[in-house]
Design a protein around this ligand. Sequence first.
Ligand SMILES: [Zn+2]
Ligand SMILES: [Zn+2]
Length: 166
Amino acid sequence: MFLSIPKSLGLTPQREVVLKVIRASEGHLTANEVFAAAKEKLPTISFATVYNSLRYLKEAGHIGEIRFGNGASRYDALTERHDHALCTECGTLVDIEMELPQGLVEKAAEFSKFEPESIEFTLRGKCPKCSGAEYGAQLRAPRGYKAKQMARFAKKISRQGQNRER
Ligand SMILES: [Zn+2]
Ligand SMILES: [Zn+2]
């Protein structure tokens, strides 16, 4: 068996670098952050190329784009529907994977008289780093962790604990 990164996406080297940067980040980078990371891998890449690549990748469905009001767009490796928690202090954005209550979309649609296409939930508040008094505001925003992995891990731990008790 020969394993390699599939080239079947047919991306240009620039677009491929941009996609790799986003997939490796596990977080939600802004275009500027993607540019900085892409430049490390491909020093000749320009901001315009990064920006155009982001647009292309988004339209092709390889990445997601998140917008909050007037803030800079954040790019997401996770393209399936999911929710986010946003830190109001440092702007850290992490994924939340949970099922929304049944009937929520219908209720929102009924109330607004909108024809629903999608619904997203955003939890706003202080992230663990910002709510801890010992951390200064100078700290760099932590990278988003993988919520799904964390949940699976927590489940495993609690299951092990239950087994041991028996
Ligand atoms: Zn924070
Ligand atoms: Zn996300």
